[in-house]
Write a protein that binds this ligand. Structure first.
Ligand SMILES: [Zn+2]
Ligand SMILES: [Zn+2]
Length: 226
């Protein structure tokens, strides 16, 4: 648990968290591209994929960013390149995406939806879980193709992971900031129990993006007076 004595201390901490990403060439590329591409390699129903897309869009809108979410014109990845012993290897996806980016000069963030277990650093993600590489702009969701998911679950799970992708790397429970009510439920609790984002987590994301704007002198978040 990290404790902060005031809201302004929390905001300035979040403002400077971009420093760990900003020197990564690819991070600057994908955020400037302002677009996120969904690569669906699952056998999930179309309506599920739509819920996932709307969760991503809702997360983006809540922070006031203007990133577009789209589907690629055709699926150019061969996911079998990233399969190891029946699992999708996180590292394999990274390698595959890096090679494509070199070849096609694409810069967008990539969200993969798969229906196999995902392996990362020795751990295997369960269905319904996800893995995000912020610097590289890559998120991998895994869902069970045989399971019924509620649209609420899909949207809230997707929002949660999109907030990670958009720079919030601490969960709601991991910080305590004097000045905020401990308002729960919040989408950034570990299990994403709600579609609502508390003020503390929202301020964290806004401050993160203000830090980015300061560092690279480009506007990302729309100005609001309230
Ligand atoms: Zn999380
Ligand atoms: Zn929160």
């Amino acid at each position: 648990m990290i404790k902060f004595k005031s809201i302004s201390e929390w905001k300035s901490y979040c403002f400077s968290t971009h420093e760990r990403y900003i020197n990564n060439a690819y991070f600057e590329n994908w955020i400037k591209e302002k677009s996120i591409c969904i690569f669906d390699y699952s056998n999930l129903k179309n309506e599920y994929i739509k819920c996932i897309k709307s969760g991503i869009e809702k997360a983006i809108a809540l922070i006031g960013l203007h990133f577009r979410v789209k589907y690629p014109k055709y699926k150019f990845y061969d996911l079998s390149q990233a399969v190891e012993e029946g699992n999708i290897a996180g590292k394999g996806i990274l390698k595959m995406v890096a090679a494509e980016r070199k070849k096609r000069h694409n810069r967008y963030a990539s969200i993969f939806i798969v229906d196999k277990p995902v392996k990362s650093q020795g751990a295997v993600l369960n269905y319904g879980e996800a893995l995000t590489y912020v610097s590289e702009g890559i998120t991998i969701f895994t869902f069970d193709p045989l399971k019924k998911y509620s649209s609420k679950f899909l949207r809230e799970r997707t929002m949660h992971e999109t907030f990670h992708l958009l720079g919030l790397n601490v969960h709601h429970e991991e910080t305590k900031v004097q000045g905020y009510k401990q308002s729960v439920p919040c989408n950034m609790e570990y299990n994403a129990p709600s579609g609502r984002l508390c003020r503390k987590c929202k301020d964290a994301l806004k401050s993160f993006w203000k830090g980015i704007e300061y560092a690279i002198k480009e506007q990302f978040v729309e100005n609001t007076t309230h």
